[in-house]
Design a protein around this ligand. Structure first.
Ligand SMILES: Nc1ncnc2c1ncn2[C@@H]1O[C@H](COP(=O)(O)OP(=O)(O)OP(=O)(O)O)[C@@H](O)[C@H]1O
Ligand SMILES: [Mg+2]
Length: 485
């Protein structure tokens, strides 16, 4: 059974694990492919090119501005306005301001006055620098002795928008290239983790399912072994309402039937043994009885003497011998009857009529009958069942006081009939109740103890059941159940 469970478990597990191998392979392939579409050498060199181009453009703009400022500021003959005009005509989006050095802290300036002061302190001629995002160029230049030129050149819009994006994309791209292996691995690990958890769950479920499937089979196997060893009382625990419970139920019913049949066979075997013994005894006892009886008669008849006392004794003795031989003959008859039960011949007939007949047999006794209206048809052997009822009524009368009532009740049932024979007699002790159906069990001085053994045998021949309920001092009820075929 363990192997069946393992087989189911392995089968379900393989069903779960096998698809994961091609699935993970194809997923990794797909991941690599989609990665290589975006992250490859061509894209990288194109992005590098764009970055270089923007850097070159920026450098050129800076150089151009620088040389233009140098050129303009060195022309001594140029007035401030002319310098401003020249620069504005050369560059679009340029702001130019020329202010007196001493007014720097007071007036509005293009560049932070602190920076200008620092520039003057270091005593430089020209300086040019970009804003933090490299979209604006600032420049300072000393003109003559007392003036300073301030320039704010906004680089063209296209460069302004494109350059940071190129930078950013390049940055992202570089990062992507660097973490390529990491992403692949983290994807793989996440996949394996989720799959692993799912797998553990699925394996636990498959273990549970395989156990659930095989448990009833294991129980059935154990029950079969136990029953094979003769333990017919063993029952399978029936739980739930599935097919296995149905099977377990059928199995339990089967063992129940088997047990009943076995008990009946045992009973019949016992009866057969007793019948054989009864036949032997009857035979052995019967043979010498007639010669004993004849000898006793002869002894009495052939005495011709005058001894009256002796003659009287002979008469008495032969009478006793004849009486005892008579009782022995009765006993032998009982034995023979028991040994040769007539053949079982069931016929469909009215069972109520039989009960009425029984009542007529006991006119002197107080027999009550309770019968349903109309005939009650059932298949039974008339003589056999008559014998059963006579035995039960005889016993009931023997146990009851004079004129105490004995009742025979017939009740119709869905699947047959029930007959109750009850009395208000002495009752049977619980210890004796177990033995009364055994052959030769009797508590009566003159009883043979065969009555109820025969009753049980006949009822079982009819496929029926007999049971007894009794209370000492209260009375006894025998219940016979007979079934329709
Ligand atoms: N209705 C009853 N009330 C009390 N005891 C009973 C009753 N029926 C049977 N018994 C008990 O069961 C015993 C067995 O009964 P069974 O009919 O087999 O044998 P028996 O009556 O003793 O002898 P016989 O073979 O002559 O019938 C009786 O001896 C008696 O003790
Ligand atoms: Mg009896």
């Amino acid at each position: 059974m363990k192997t069946l469970r393992s087989k189911i478990f392995i089968f379900i597990s393989l069903l779960l694990i096998l698809p994961a191998i091609p699935l993970s392979y194809f997923t990794m392939q797909l991941l690599d492919k989609s990665y290589s579409i975006g992250v490859n050498d061509r894209v990288e060199s194109a992005l590098d090119g764009a970055l270089n181009l923007s850097a070159e453009y920026y450098r050129l703009q800076k150089e151009r501005l620088n040389s233009e400022i140098e050129e303009q500021t060195q022309k001594n003959e140029f007035s401030h306005d002319e310098i401003i005009k020249e620069l504005k005509s050369e560059f679009k989006n340029i702001d130019v301001l020329i202010s007196l050095k001493e007014h720097i802290q007071k007036d509005n300036q293009l560049v932070n006055p602190g920076l200008i002061s620092k520039f003057l302190k270091e005593n430089k001629q020209n300086i040019i620098w970009p804003s933090a995002d490299r979209t604006v160029l600032f420049a300072l230049s000393q003109i003559k002795k007392n003036s300073i030129l301030q320039v704010r050149y906004n680089l063209p819009m296209v460069f302004k928008e494109g350059a940071p994006q190129i930078q950013e994309i390049n940055q992202i791209y570089k990062t992507l290239g660097l973490v390529r292996g990491n992403i692949r691995n983290s994807f793989l690990y996440t996949f394996l983790l989720i799959y692993g958890i799912g797998l553990i769950l699925a394996l636990s479920i498959s273990y549970f399912i395989s156990k659930k499937i095989t448990r009833p089979i294991e129980e059935l196997k154990e029950a079969t072994t136990k029953i094979g060893q003769g333990d017919l009382d063993y029952k399978i625990d029936v739980g739930g309402k599935d097919e296995f419970s149905g099977l377990a139920n059928a199995f339990n019913n089967m063992t129940g039937e088997l047990q009943t049949n076995q008990q009946q066979i045992l009973q019949l075997e016992k009866m057969a043994t007793w019948q054989q013994l009864a036949r032997r005894l009857a035979h052995e006892i019967k043979n010498p009885l007639t010669p004993i009886q004849l000898m006793a008669q002869q002894m009495r008849d052939t005495y011709k003497g005058d001894d009256q006392a002796y003659k009287k004794m002979l008469d008495e003795c032969s009478e006793i011998i004849e009486d005892e031989v008579g009782s022995l003959k009765n006993l032998v008859k009982e034995f023979s009857d028991f040994a040769r039960l007539p053949e079982f011949n069931p016929e469909k007939q009215n069972i109520a009529a039989l009960i009425s007949t029984i009542k007529k047999l006991y006119l002197q006794a107080n027999i009550e009958t309770v019968l349903p209206d109309g005939p009650v048809e059932l298949s039974f052997d008339y003589d056999h069942l008559k014998r059963v009822l006579i035995n039960l009524v005889d016993n009931a009368l023997a146990a009851s006081g004079e004129n105490s009532p004995v009742r025979i009740e017939l009740a119709k049932k869905e699947n047959g009939v029930e007959i109750f024979v009850s009395d208000q007699g002495e009752g049977i002790s619980s210890e004796n109740v177990k033995k009364i159906f055994e052959p030769y069990f009797s508590t009566k001085r003159s009883g043979v103890g065969l009555g109820l053994a025969i009753v049980k045998k006949i009822i079982e021949e009819h496929g029926g059941k007999i049971s007894v309920e009794s209370d000492l001092g209260e009375g006894t009820v025998f219940k016979i159940s007979l079934f329709l075929e």
